[in-house]
Design a protein around this ligand. Structure first.
Ligand code: OGA
Ligand code: MN
Length: 288
């Protein structure tokens, strides 16, 4: 195994990993280093990776089973495990609000599926000159920052998640009639998970929800549930818990969907191009 160096950010999560070459599949020792670093830091930044889609898929698959995006039109031709995120193709795929808005879609990938995602790897092929950063918030910190009473109360709550919440948000953010979800694989109407989730590797409790994809709290009215989610988002994504990733071309960022929420920030889509390739690792441990 080559020498790997790991440099933590000064935020609540995140570290830069150097000495890993994603063009070749990782050996067992490298996998162990990556998994341990992911467990420790939650978000790993691998700069200067020049990889083909096939190499990204092979590298990702060495870490565990992959999931395809439900957005059939956003699967890369010939390499369907790659989810194409950006504004360079026939259809724009974005999770960001409209330019100028700070109503972010904080989320964790595939929470609305019966098998969510353990981790995601996002690779920057083209980045805008400004904007288009990705924010990551530590849900261990968010949980730890609750009062004792709230920890107890939230530990009994179940949150309801649906892709309908994400769609409604994206429709709101799009210019008139511009939102087109494209062909989509069918997903359950909603799934319900405990709001507080114990990380299967570390045992630490983490909040598990999304700002828009979480559409309610079991046993509460729609309005109360949405208000609760709004307030929880404000608590959970306060600056002290957040790492902001300002992308450089050829960065690959791997994050733990069980610990981190993430949010895309806007950029001027008329003027700039942004193209990212995501591979998605399936959750292999029970959520509840
Ligand atoms: C994703 C995602 C954020 C971004 O690919 O899962 O949320 O900044 N991307 O593109
Ligand atoms: Mn995402």
């Amino acid at each position: 195994m080559p020498a790997v160096s790991i440099t933590p950010t000064d935020a609540a999560l995140g570290a830069t990993v150097e000495g890993v070459d994603m063009r070749t599949p990782p050996d067992d020792a490298t996998i162990e280093v990556i998994e341990t670093a992911l467990e420790t830091y939650g978000v790993l930044i691998f700069p200067n990776q020049i990889v083909t889609p096939a190499q990204q898929v092979t590298f990702s698959a060495a870490l565990g089973p992959l999931e395809l995006t439900a957005n059939i039109d956003a699967r890369l031709d010939g390499q369907p495990e790659i989810f194409v995120v950006g504004n360079t193709g026939a259809k724009t795929v974005t999770f960001a609000p409209k330019a100028g808005s700070d109503d972010l879609e904080w989320h964790t990938d595939h929470i609305h599926r019966s098998e969510p995602s353990r981790a995601s790897l996002l690779y920057a092929k083209e980045i805008p000159e400004e904007g288009g950063d990705t924010l990551f918030a530590c849900m261990y910190s968010a949980y730890d920052g609750l009062s004792l009473e709230d920890k107890e109360a939230y530990g009994r709550l179940e949150a309801i998640h649906s892709v309908a919440g994400l769609r409604a948000y994206l429709r709101d953010q799009a210019e008139e009639d511009e939102y087109d979800p494209g062909r989509q694989e069918a997903m359950p109407e909603s799934v319900t998970w405990p709001l507080v989730r114990r990380h299967p590797r570390t045992g630490r409790p983490a909040l598990y929800f999304g700002a828009k994809i979480t559409i309610g709290i079991r046993g509460r009215s729609r309005e109360d549930g949405l208000r609760f989610v709004r307030e929880l988002t404000a608590h959970a994504t306060q600056p002290a818990f957040v790492y902001r990733h300002v992308w450089r071309k050829h960065d690959a960022v791997l994050w733990d969907n069980r610990r981190a929420l993430h949010a895309a920030t806007p950029f001027d889509m008329e003027r700039h191009r942004r193209l990212m390739h995501r591979t998605t690792l399936r959750e292999t441990e029970p959520v509840a």
